[in-house]
Design a binder for this molecule. Structure first.
Ligand code: FAD
Ligand code: NAI
Length: 472
């Protein structure tokens, strides 16, 4: 017998599980279907983000940063550690435990909010407007509203499938059982830099091969340049403008033939190769044909700016639709769609979605870059403040980087904030709030910031827009 719901969510990643919770909060009888399993075959909701993305990568980034601090920087504080050793198995087990706490947390939240959870693959089985049918295992769920939140998968190089032994996606990259002597990465995007940092900090010799001639092309140029300087100093080798050729797996390693920026033929021999060249929307097993759900040429579910698909009552959110592939973007869309189903005016402001790259130094930004403003012919003022002149950063022993403000030349409205440096991931929130409230640079410059704190660099960068920094 079919089970009736008001809302069925397919996918329990950050987009799907948050959409389900919000729909239930709004009084809808809601189901969420997710197929992810842990090693024991048990449900592991939370999607890519929780299982093989945001959460485990940040756990390993923290462990590896602690190791590097102890190895290279504790001495500066007069703390002498004798001989330092690393238990990789324990580091990975801690990461798995962090993941499990998050999986369990989501199952608890489903119970608390009375969301019915189905473990398995959800596929469209037919139906029509007002009563869509979704199959999961032997059950058929019928709902007026279906939210597709099936996420994304890693993109492989053509003809080079992931084996997760020597050619790794983000999944394998998060569970290499021992530190590879030589590690190669293809793609110096977000995953390339974060995973490259993890394994470099704990002893791998890391080489990243990037096709584009510019480093982090989407990042403000001045910030990207500062970050590159720091990565070079750390020994994270990034080769830009390469053309990757044949990739061969051999005994215990991988060889990558490539042409460098000068057009010279090169070979990179590594123990493991991580391929991080972007992700593709996932609709495997969804059976969109059964209902005529339209996809675009990239395989993403086609939606309008409200996340409506071509079918009335069928919505799609997160990585499976257009826009940045970020967990918080998926969550915001999930909340907005649940509210729209309830007849409310859910809203996602794409201009104020922050980005963070959790390397050391961290890189974070919101709004427009200087190169975007120039290209659009917008007249702007820029202000920067280096962490070198910030007392808290000196006390931390981490003075790399800066905060940069871009404000409209006439109105002083903040158009973009870019940070490279310590705790950029936390500092960026102030800029997001300011931009949501359409603040001017002067607003931030006039607000009292705690001393000593890294946030004073934000205030000073806002003052710098008007060329009146106090501490630099
Ligand atoms: P997903 O998280 O991919 O979830 C989709 C879920 O749907 C999965 O559980 C999948 O099994 C399930 N599913 C798919 N099809 C079906 C079906 N037919 N039936 C049932 N279930 C199905 N973003 C950030 O914002 N910050 C970060 O720090 C960050 N770090 C990342 C690190 C890595 C290594 C990676 C790979 C990604 C990272 N991301 C980060 C991106 C983030 O993980 C994604 O943007 C986010 O997970 C997208 O959420 P989603 O709900 O759209 O999809
Ligand atoms: P990405 O899009 O960030 O970077 C891919 C890089 O690979 C680009 O620089 C691209 O030019 C390069 N590339 C593509 N094809 C290539 C080729 N054939 N040879 C060499 N280089 C090539 O993708 P990535 O790193 O795989 O991450 C996927 C997505 O996951 C990110 O875009 C982001 O949305 C999300 N993510 C977010 C994180 C965060 O918010 N901190 C962390 C990790 C991932």
């Amino acid at each position: 017998m079919a089970k009736n719901f008001d809302v069925v969510v397919i996918g329990g990643g950050p987009g799907g599980y948050i959409a389900a919770i919000r729909a239930a909060q709004l009084g809808f009888n809601t189901a969420c279907i997710d197929e992810w399993k842990n090693k024991d075959g048990k449900p592991a909701p939370g999607g890519t983000c929780t299982n093989v993305g945001c959460i485990p990568s940040k756990a390993l980034l923290q462990s590896s940063e602690n190791y590097e601090e102890a190895a290279k920087h504790f001495g500066d504080h007069g703390i002498n550690v004798g001989s330092l050793s690393l238990d990789v198995a324990k580091m990975l087990a801690r990461k798995d435990q962090v993941v499990k706490q998050n999986n369990d947390g989501i199952l608890f939240l489903f119970k608390k909010n009375k969301v019915t959870f189905f473990h398995g693959r959800g596929s469209f089985a037919g139906g029509a407007q007002g009563a869509w049918e979704v199959k999961v295992g032997d059950e058929t769920l019928v709902a007026k509203n279906v939210i597709v939140a099936t996420g994304s998968n890693p993109r492989a190089l053509q003809g080079v499938p992931f084996d997760e032994e020597s050619i790794l996606s983000n999944d394998g990259a998060l569970r290499i059982p021992s530190v590879p002597k030589k590690l190669g990465l293809i793609g110096s995007g977000v995953i390339g830099l974060e995973m490259g940092s993890v394994w470099r900090r704990i002893g791998s010799e890391v080489t990243v091969l990037e096709a584009l001639p510019t480093f982090l092309g989407a990042v403000d140029e001045q910030i990207a340049k500062e970050a590159k300087k720091a990565f070079d100093k750390q020994g994270l080798k990034v080769e830009l403008g390469v053309k990757v050729g044949e990739i061969k797996k051999g005994k215990g390693g991988v060889s990558v033939a490539y042409t460098n920026a000068k057009g010279e033929a090169q070979k990179l021999e590594v123990d493991k190769l991580i391929v991080s060249i972007g992700r593709v929307p996932n609709t495997i097993g969804l059976n969109p044909e059964a209902v005529g759900l339209k996809l675009d040429e990239r395989g993403a579910v086609l939606v309008d700016d409200q996340c409506r698909t071509n079918l009335a009552g069928v919505w799609a959110i997160g990585d499976v639709v257009r826009g940045p592939m970020l967990a918080h973007k998926a969550e915001e869309e999930g909340v907005a769609v649940a509210e729209r189903i309830a007849g409310q005016h859910g809203h996602v402001n794409f201009n104020t979605i922050p980005w963070v790259i959790y390397t050391s130094p961290e890189i974070a930004w919101v709004g427009q870059t200087e190169q975007q403003l120039k290209a659009a012919g917008v007249k702007y003022k820029a202000g920067t403040f280096p962490f070198m002149a910030n007392g808290r950063a000196r006390a931390l022993g981490d003075t790399t980087g800066m905060v940069k403000f871009l404000a409209d030349a006439t109105t002083d409205e903040i158009l973009g904030v870019h940070i490279v440096g310590p705790m950029a991931s936390e500092l960026i929130s102030e800029a997001v709030v300011a931009m949501e409230f359409r603040a001017s640079a002067e607003d931030i410059a006039r607000i009292c910031h705690a001393h000593p704190s890294l946030s004073e660099a934000t205030k000073e960068a806002a003052l710098a827009v008007d060329k009146r920094t106090l501490n630099f």
